[in-house]
Design a protein around this ligand. Structure first.
Ligand code: PMP
Length: 401
């Protein structure tokens, strides 16, 4: 029956983990997948999550189904976290649903727009973007195009190119995907002033802003600072779409906790959009898993746990910043590795786009047992006090050839 099914390529990111697992060398390092590790290189369960779980256990919750759009209190608190407690649309009407983490939010959003956004079936992604954005939008019926984002010569933002593409290349009404903060894979974010210009351009060109916020808190260590772009666009009257993930900022990766929301014009419009979100979700997976949403909601709803959580997010962000500084210093000062490594320090969030070429990443895997994606992206969270010197020496070796 399946004799004509062709073998597909391995996933660009999860394939790196496969290669890492097969490597038996004790020095091996996996910088492929974007999952936080502590300074011992171990997965990290946040203390506030452990506390929330014990509170939940004591409350002896049942295992009944959630409604189609999930845990209502969780979704309300998630939306409040992103838009801000005093956000105007929060009162007027934000249609929202729990989702299977950020990926599921993107998929619901893309499916909703494909069915109900009447003006365009074209989405513009930053070049480059998270690899999964392309198939998510393509499989939902969108034509996927790119707008200029990263400048390979400066390893920073090509803001002039970005503006030119949104002003002249993207047809009016196109959907534009924006990484709310901690852009993946480049670690390069627009400044607040640049965000304000992007918001103006979207307004002028009637582009639909579709935000992916997978790292709220991870860029600056502050969840409200990281929500700047989302809140600015909303304050300017944009009816945005927003995807939220609690995988990284609460370390709830495998629990699959997220939310999708759409700003609507008024409660009546919200009610109609709500009804259509349900119609999209019901045949996909009926209703979302309950445990992770309960954990996240316990943290968001409890003042003490919320404060503790903010500290723990900052702790993760700060450890990554320390690793950026150390790596930069070892490469620049200790090893005098050829090239300018300033971008390691200036880039933001979990990832750094090193500028290493594909051949160098292959050599690093083959010769040094150091694994990263072929585009030269490294997860900074995979570095720690024990492996950073070895990693820097390996990079030095690869650069000097
Ligand atoms: N968007 C971006 C930009 C991401 O980097 C990720 C995670 N790698 C996601 C969405 C979704 O992740 P998850 O489904 O685990 O929340």
């Amino acid at each position: 029956t399946w004799s004509a099914v062709p073998a597909g390529p391995p996933d660009a990111i999860l394939g790196v983990t496969e290669a890492f697992k097969a490597d038996k060398d004790p020095r091996k390092i996996n910088l492929g997948v974007g999952a936080y590790r502590d300074d011992q290189g171990k997965p990290y369960v946040l203390d506030c999550v452990k506390k929330a779980e014990s509170i939940l256990e004591a409350s002896k919750p049942d295992k009944e189904y959630l409604p189609i759009t999930g845990h209502a209190e969780f979704t309300k608190n998630a939306v409040k976290l992103a838009y801000g407690a005093d956000s105007t649309p929060l009162k007027a009407g934000i249609s929202s649903t729990q989702s299977i983490s950020g990926t599921g939010a993107l998929r619901i959003g893309a499916a909703f727009l494909a069915r109900h956004y009447p003006h365009s079936k074209v989405v513009y992604l930053p070049s480059p973007s998270w690899g999964n954005h392309v198939p998510i939008f393509r499989d939902s019926g969108f034509e996927v195009r790119n707008y200029t984002y990263f400048d390979p010569t400066t390893l920073g933002l090509n803001f002039e190119g970005l503006k030119a593409d949104l002003l002249t290349k993207a047809p009016e009404n196109s959907v534009v995907l924006l990484h709310a903060c901690a852009h993946n894979p480049t670690g390069v974010d627009p400044t607040p002033e640049q965000w304000a210009e992007i918001s103006d351009i979207c307004k002028e060109r009637k582009l639909f802003p579709f935000f992916d916020m997978a790292y709220q808190g991870f860029a600056s260590g502050s969840t409200s600072r990281d929500a700047f772009a989302v809140r600015h666009f909303v304050s300017q009257g944009h009816q945005i779409a927003l995807c939220q993930s609690f995988a990284k900022n609460m370390g709830l990766y495998g629990e699959r906790v997220g939310a999708f929301s759409l700003v609507t014009a008024d409660p009546e419009e919200k009610a109609r959009v709500d009804s259509q979100l349900k119609i999209i979700i019901r045949p996909m997976y009926s209703n979302p898993p309950v445990h992770g949403a309960r954990i996240a909601n316990t943290i968001l709803a409890n003042e003490d746990l919320y404060t503790q959580w903010e500290g723990e997010v900052k702790g993760m962000a700060d450890r990554i910043i320390t690793m950026r500084e150390k790596l930069h210093n070892i490469l620049t000062h200790d090893l005098k590795t050829p090239g300018d490594w300033g971008h390691i320090k200036s880039q933001i969030g979990m990832f750094s786009f090193t500028g290493l070429k594909k051949a160098q990443t292959v050599a690093l895997a083959d010769k040094a047992h150091v694994y990263m994606t072929a585009d030269g992206r490294i997860s900074m969270a995979g570095l720690n006090a024990s492996n950073i010197a070895y990693f820097a020496e390996s990079v030095d070796g690869a650069v000097k050839g």
